[in-house]
Design a protein around this ligand. Structure first.
Ligand SMILES: Nc1nc2c(ncn2[C@@H]2O[C@H](COP(=O)(O)OP(=O)(O)O)[C@@H](O)[C@H]2O)c(=O)[nH]1
Ligand SMILES: [Mg+2]
Length: 219
């Protein structure tokens, strides 16, 4: 289903995000620092894994082309530092996201507890209601290193009504499946997302027009 036709971009060049004839889906990865967001992207896009921690600065995006039910889709995948206090970046980047991957670390119970805060941040900042998936990373760890039991995870996923998948960026276990599941959810709900996006654009344009009118009369 997926073609591994990869385009990797490290700089902000919005023009390349749109590709004629392609659907463009903006997806953001959210979660605490060190849960493995950058590693998951690296595994999905390049098929590789780096055991060293490399801090993500601000927000970076990557492009990946794939096919969903014979439709070419360009994914714009946003990585971030994992600091929820970076509100300005969060708001400007995430407001038109169509999909959100919420990541926690099986080795750190606090990262699962904070998923609720990340969800609140999405509700406050995303102007369209994005499709979501919860991803528990570092499944490769030995049982005695895991601080979370399946029962604890299930309780949270049920209470937050999130689809859930266990993955490992290190081994590659179910990483592609996690992204494909999210992309399929976006594809299935594309009409609703398109409507939400149109309403948001109209609202924004309206705001700009009103601001412009105001400036005219005050000049
Ligand atoms: N054992 C294990 N370690 C991982 C996995 N994914 C990431 N890591 C490690 O966790 C650390 C933080 O990963 P990183 O992707 O930078 O986290 P981010 O801050 O969320 O982007 C790095 O040292 C990674 O090598 C995984 O699936 N298994
Ligand atoms: Mg990172």
């Amino acid at each position: 289903m997926i073609s591994n036709d990869v385009v990797l971009v490290f700089t902000q060049r919005p023009a390349r995000m749109q590709f004629p004839g392609h659907l463009t889906y903006k997806i953001v990865l959210l979660g605490d620092q060190c849960v493995g967001k950058s590693s998951l992207l690296n595994r999905f896009i390049k098929g590789s894994y780096c055991p060293h921690y490399i801090q993500t600065h601000g927000a970076e995006f990557f492009l990946k082309d794939m096919e969903v039910e014979s439709n070419p889709v360009r994914l714009v995948l946003y990585d971030s530092m994992g600091q929820s206090n970076m509100k300005t970046i969060v708001r400007s980047i995430y407001r038109d996201a169509m999909g959100v991957m919420l990541v926690f670390d099986f080795n750190r119970a606090d990262t699962l507890q904070r998923v609720k805060e990340w969800l609140q941040l999405i509700e406050q900042n995303c102007e369209i209601k994005p499709e979501k998936i919860l991803v528990g990373n570092k499944m490769d760890l030995d049982e005695d290193m895991k601080k979370l039991t399946n029962k604890e995870v299930t309780e949270v996923t049920k209470s937050l009504e999130l689809d859930f998948i266990e993955v490992s960026a290190k081994t590659g276990y179910k990483v592609e499946e996690a992204f494909v599941t999210l992309v399929n959810k976006i594809f299935t709900n594309r009409e609703r997302l398109r409507r939400d996006n149109m309403i948001t654009s109209i609202r924004l344009t309206d705001k700009q027009v009103r601001k412009h009118d105001k400036q005219d009369c005050c000049d």
